[in-house]
Write a protein that binds this ligand. Structure first.
Ligand SMILES: NC(=O)c1ccc[n+]([C@@H]2O[C@H](COP(=O)([O-])OP(=O)(O)OC[C@H]3O[C@@H](n4cnc5c(N)ncnc54)[C@H](O)[C@@H]3O)[C@@H](O)[C@H]2O)c1
Length: 312
């Protein structure tokens, strides 16, 4: 594996143990390779399911990426469990500890889509999407946090990092993706609370909203998906998102927590979220019609909301 140690110094994740969920394909695979290239030992998790989460699990994708890292001289182990189950999440954290004796960074990335307009969305499809993204983030985070809290209490101050994966759909909304948008918005709330609760144990928690060409977005980015010619910058390559994730997952990101970044092509953006806008306080209860009048006056002074993706 080529590391920055081939150049001026050791990689920025030398000696760290990193879990990446859903790392058998797409963005997770790119993150796993990028962490290994910076000297990390990587636990490559992937359930190996279809684009809609169905189709039967397969250990193949996780193994392939672990093999790829090994063939390049890095260290990796495959884990084929379902991160949205208590047993799968617990065994994933256990795999890092059993194999490498430590855990430093958790990248929550696994997930799938079942897009439908709201009125046609089945309860099962809603549950499956919210489960894999929101619960899939919560369970791994909870088990990793329990380990880091125990480490902190034993006096072995962790320098721990979590990178969660939200989406532009979660930040701004996306037509046809109500379940996915709700889950990805929920991941931002989870990130903020986890950052606030776990800081005392040496754990930093941030989220990214990536965009890249993967099987998940082939149709969304139809015009942008073709890889460019030899030597040109492939703007939508998943690997373009990974450098920020690797930095957030390293000790070098000290002091950065509770933030959300958009990462796409060569662009990194700090997202600035909900904050109070125009406000009025009459010091007593409003009558409904008066509340409406006040709300309209405030709206006239407020900034416009950002358009939801897919609204024409
Ligand atoms: N590609 C984009 O432009 C984009 C944009 C915004 C957000 N995202 C998010 O980035 C993440 C990665 O997406 P991608 O585009 O690389 O998709 P992908 O389909 O290429 O990869 C997702 C991987 O997650 C795995 N997976 C699914 N359910 C799992 C489970 N329960 N346990 C373990 N692994 C499981 C799949 O097998 C698959 O290999 C997702 O959370 C996605 O929502 C992607």
């Amino acid at each position: 594996m080529t590391t920055s140690s081939d150049g001026p110094g050791p990689g920025i994740c030398e000696g760290r143990v990193v879990i990446v969920t859903g790392a058998g394909r797409g963005l997770g695979r790119a993150h796993a390779l990028a962490f290994a290239a910076e000297g990390a030992k990587v636990v490559v998790n992937d359930l190996g399911v279809g684009l809609d989460g169905a189709g039967g699990a397969s250990p193949g994708p996780a193994r392939q990426v672990a093999d790829e890292i090994g063939a390049a001289g890095g260290e990796a182990v495959a884990h084929g469990g379902d991160i949205a189950t208590e047993a799968g999440a617990a065994s994933l954290i256990g795999a890092a500890l059993d194999t490498y004796g430590r855990l430093d960074t958790l990248v929550n990335n696994a997930g799938f889509l079942r897009d439908r307009m709201l009125v046609s969305l089945d309860e099962d499809d809603w549950d499956a999407v919210v489960r894999v993204h929101l619960k899939g983030h919560f369970l791994t985070l909870k088990h990793a946090a329990a380990h880091w809290r125990a480490e902190a209490k034993a006096g072995r101050a962790p320098v721990a990092r979590v990178i969660n994966t939200s989406s532009g759909a979660g930040l701004l909304g996306s037509v046809g993706q109500s379940s996915y948008s709700a889950a990805k918005a929920g991941i931002v709330g989870l990130t903020l609370v986890a950052a606030a609760e776990l800081g005392r144990y040496g754990v930093q928690v941030n989220a990214i909203a990536p965009a890249a060409r993967t099987r998940m977005t082939e149709q969304t980015f139809a015009q942008m998906t073709a890889a460019p010619g030899e030597g040109a910058f492939d703007a939508m390559a998943p690997g373009n998102v990974s450098p920020l994730v690797v930095w957030l997952g390293s000790a070098a990101s000290d002091g950065v927590t509770g933030r959300v970044f958009e990462a796409e092509a060569g662009r990194i953006t700090v997202m600035e979220g909900w904050r109070p806008g125009p406000s009025v306080d009459r010091g007593a209860r409003w009558a409904p019609a008066e509340a409406g009048e006040a709300a309209r006056k405030l709206l006239a002074r407020a900034g416009e909301g950002r358009p939801v993706y897919g609204v024409r």
